[in-house]
Design a protein around this ligand. Structure first.
Ligand code: CP3
Length: 349
């Protein structure tokens, strides 16, 4: 059953194109290691994946940042690599090293991936969403998410994170047909995953394309824009009216094409995007979200205050959601997050 979305939510209003006086704010990776209460729950789970697969714990860490800070949206606690796991790839999170996957870098390995168990493997995420929505105040919507096919494929082909995504880029050049099959599988399974998250209670969605910036223009169109457009079309057909935020990190001026062609309702801007450029080229097309440097939130001080104010002054006159330009860092002091909320909510001069 579809729930009635939180109607008087400034976050959803901004996504629908309204300009909000004190703009709504949430933070990418707002649940995480900078919170002592997250570390306490994390230490109870045998592994990071177990935390994502245990609805009781995942719901608890989703709600933790909302108890401390008056954020305008929650984001379900999970990971973009839950999808490769659900497709049958071996995925592990090695303490201090990040994700490790059994690389899927041949046509044969790609053919061995299987969607038939995905909905069962992802069921804990839907159970987490149901729990969170039951506990959230009605005016605080929950965001569901997935990784964009390109970004997820970079981890699947490489077998983990990488600086330049070379393995996936080379594979995509050398064996276009196999790479296309991988992307097609990710389009289909990601769309199903997002639709199921909405059916479980998510009111908005974000597609994280963290490595969009490593592709040249024509490859960006092929592997970032087209797959995202196909996912958005499927989501809009199945759960009409659900807003989708796209986050093509590092895409620079290609973000304008992304905003025009993918059909996303809003575009997340990374730290490197100039505020004046965002205002002139993106905000007239779609609501925008971003883009404080996560390191400036770690540093705090007068530079931090000044930058928050200039983001608000430049982007706050149009449809805008305040966020970081990338995920919050584990070393972020909690008082700096409190200060950020005070500045954005206009509680501090
Ligand atoms: O925003 C939220 O609070 C929801 C949770 C969330 C996580 N990962 C939890 C997590 C979300 C939205 C993600 C997205 C994600 N995961 C992305 C896209 C956003 C981005 O940062 O670019 C990517 C690329 C991943 C893959 C991933 N997961 C990596 C590379 C790592 C290791 C790096 C690190 O920060 O440790 C993870 C692990 C991870 N995902 C953690 C958390 C809280 C830390 C693991 C731990 O607590 O032990």
């Amino acid at each position: 059953m579809l729930r009635i979305p939180a109607l008087d939510s400034p976050f959803l209003e901004a996504l629908s194109g309204q300009t909000i006086d004190a703009p709504p704010i949430w933070l990418m990776r707002q649940a995480g290691r900078y919170l002592p209460e997250y570390r306490a729950v994390r230490s109870k789970a045998a592994s990071f994946l177990d935390l994502c697969r245990t609805p009781e714990l995942a719901a608890e860490v989703t709600l933790q940042p909302l108890r401390r800070f008056d954020l305008d949206a929650a984001i379900v606690f999970s990971d973009i690599l839950m999808l490769p796991y659900a497709l049958g790839q071996k995925v592990e999170f090695v303490e201090g090293e990040g994700p490790k996957l059994e690389p899927v870098n041949t046509g044969k390995a790609i053919a061995g991936l299987d969607m038939s168990n995905a909905s069962k493997a992802l069921a804990p995420v839907y159970a987490t969403i149901e729990r969170v929505v039951a506990e959230l105040p009605k005016d605080v919507p929950l965001i569901g998410f997935c990784g964009a096919p390109w970004t997820v494929a970079t981890y699947m082909v490489e077998g983990g994170g990488s600086k330049e995504q070379s393995a996936a880029r080379l594979f995509a050049y050398r064996d276009r047909a196999s790479f296309q099959r991988l992307i097609d599988l990710l389009v289909e399974s990601s769309a199903d995953y997002l639709v199921s998250q909405v059916k479980a209670g998510a009111s908005a969605l974000q597609i994280f394309d963290s490595w969009a910036g490593s592709l040249p223009e024509d490859e960006f169109a092929r592997w970032c824009i087209t797959p995202t457009k196909r996912i958005v079309e499927r989501v809009k057909a199945a759960v009409p009216g659900t807003p989708v935020i796209g986050f093509p990190r590092g895409s620079g001026p290609l973000a304008e094409r992304y905003a025009k062609e993918t059909g996303v309702d809003a575009v997340g801007c990374d730290t490197s995007m100039p505020l004046g450029w965002i205002k002139a080229n993106l905000q007239g097309l779609v609501p925008v979200q971003g883009n404080l440097d996560p390191l400036l939130l770690v540093a705090g001080g007068p530079e931090f205050d000044a930058r928050v104010r200039s983001i608000l002054a430049t982007l706050g006159q149009g449809p805008f959601i305040f966020n970081l330009g990338h995920g919050i860092l584990p070393e972020t002091p909690i008082p700096h997050v409190e200060r950020l909320l005070d500045l954005v909510k206009g509680r501090s001069s």
